[in-house]
Design a protein around this ligand. Sequence first.
Ligand SMILES: *[C@@H]1O[C@H](CO)[C@@H](O)[C@H](O)[C@H]1NC(C)=O
Ligand SMILES: *[C@@H]1O[C@H](CO)[C@@H](O)[C@H](O)[C@H]1NC(C)=O
Ligand SMILES: *[C@@H]1O[C@H](CO)[C@@H](O)[C@H](O)[C@H]1NC(C)=O
Ligand SMILES: *[C@@H]1O[C@H](CO)[C@@H](O)[C@H](O)[C@H]1NC(C)=O
Ligand SMILES: *[C@@H]1O[C@H](CO)[C@@H](O)[C@H](O)[C@H]1NC(C)=O
Ligand SMILES: *[C@@H]1O[C@H](CO)[C@@H](O)[C@H](O)[C@H]1NC(C)=O
Ligand SMILES: *[C@@H]1O[C@H](CO)[C@@H](O)[C@H](O)[C@H]1NC(C)=O
Length: 436
Amino acid sequence: MKKVKNIYHHYTFSLLLVFLVLILFHPALSTYVNTLSSSESLTISSKRTLVSPGGVFELGFFKPLGRSRWYLGIWYKKNSWKTYAWVANRDNPLSSSTGTLKITGSNLVLLGQSNNTVWSTNLTRGNASSPVTAELLPNGNFVMRYSNNKDSSGFLWQSFDFPTDTLLPGMKLGYDLKTGRNRFLTTWRSYDDPSSGNYTYKLDIRRGLPEFILMNGPHEIQRSGPWNGIEFYGLPEVQGLNYMVYNYTENREEITYSFHMTNQSIHSRLMVSDYTLNRFTWIPPTPGWRQLWILPTDVCDSLYLCGSYSYCDLNTSPNCNCIRGFIPKNQQRWDLKDGSEGCVRRTPLSCSGDGFLRLKNMNLPDTKTATVDRTIDVKRCEEKCLSDCNCTSFATADVRNGGLGCVIWTGELVEIRKQAVGGQDLYVRLNAADLG
Ligand SMILES: *[C@@H]1O[C@H](CO)[C@@H](O)[C@H](O)[C@H]1NC(C)=O
Ligand SMILES: *[C@@H]1O[C@H](CO)[C@@H](O)[C@H](O)[C@H]1NC(C)=O
Ligand SMILES: *[C@@H]1O[C@H](CO)[C@@H](O)[C@H](O)[C@H]1NC(C)=O
Ligand SMILES: *[C@@H]1O[C@H](CO)[C@@H](O)[C@H](O)[C@H]1NC(C)=O
Ligand SMILES: *[C@@H]1O[C@H](CO)[C@@H](O)[C@H](O)[C@H]1NC(C)=O
Ligand SMILES: *[C@@H]1O[C@H](CO)[C@@H](O)[C@H](O)[C@H]1NC(C)=O
Ligand SMILES: *[C@@H]1O[C@H](CO)[C@@H](O)[C@H](O)[C@H]1NC(C)=O
């Protein structure tokens, strides 16, 4: 038994030696290392980096041009123009060019000039007697796991749980309901300053239906609208692409959005910047990123341009229109093409003798005052709305298969948009006198 162990040790030792020689004398080869073991470190001075298998992503230290502060980050390796996907210590940069990334106990730590901890994975649980390894995966996820555990579900920590301003394929935005963590995007403060900016893109689950909101500090700028089973109406994602699919998942464990590439030679990323959300795609052999879309796209994307009970339509002038059965709340301002005060009912609801106006091709109103029941169909939904005197509107929650589930609004209808094509039916409650 002892002999076997000795031979084994001998073997590992020789292997290590060969490895060391390779690393020392073949810098080209050493760049293709993607793991950091507990006996190794990355330092700024060594210029050593980790490269993901496949060579798409690189992890290491960087210093924005013209700045004197250092960050640990992940960027696209193949781009001549550095495109950063993740930054570890964005709000706590290294102020000198002395910095070390290493594994201490069961944590990844970034040490500064005086060995002060600038950044850490902060794990409290962990098995100190089990060595851990950090690894940059092909999809750009920097993960930490027990060295003896190659099972991909066994991550102790992953950078995908701590997004910067970029959503990569396979990375999830939204809630992990088991840990309570809401993963969201936060802008860089400026193009050469990775510290947290004022704009975020995050999932809001306080609404009747969850949706993503672009925010400037506490102010909402743009809403995605709820997932309708196929898409978020408020995101101009192209449907039916042969290289990318979108995934929204809502269950007991998570409420998340992600996208995946079905053709691995094509790259795409979602990025939040000041005022805007962007999707960039890079389709080799064409060099460089192309902006697939940017939000806001048009005037109807401006939040609260048209007030309650009015909808925005790009094909009308002015763009704000009162729903039939409603009249401008402030005719003077309405005539000056200011629709922000919205519209009011011509005839109050009577509760018992009301009916519904069907509006086609609509984006659903804000669901702050809505509730959802996924078990009933549109017919039952109508009955449910009629039997509740506070109900102002209803729609199906999932447009697939002719409509499933029921959304019911009990307050004012705000933030409605009419599309030229697409959208869905919205049923608005009116007094019978206004239905005519
Ligand atoms: C930092 O730690 C390293 C390794 O433990 C040690 O060699 C070095 O002297 C320390 N530097 C300072 C400034 O304490
Ligand atoms: C780790 O904990 C420190 C102290 O509580 C905190 O300042 C830091 O932001 C944490 N780091 C991460 C990556 O969460
Ligand atoms: C820690 O790791 C050792 C060796 O892998 C194992 O025997 C032990 O059960 C682990 N302890 C815990 C608390 O997971
Ligand atoms: C972010 O918001 C704060 C507070 O509103 C403001 O003082 C600051 O100038 C903003 N920063 C940027 C980069 O816009
Ligand atoms: C969507 O994501 C969920 C959870 O992240 C996963 O279980 C499911 O397989 C994914 N669906 C597709 C079609 O990729
Ligand atoms: C994937 O995309 C590349 C680059 O556009 C293209 O050359 C290749 O044919 C695509 N592969 C498949 C299977 O569609
Ligand atoms: C209708 O709204 C009123 C006022 O908000 C509330 O007091 C009442 O309970 C609501 N009725 C139902 C059936 O929800």
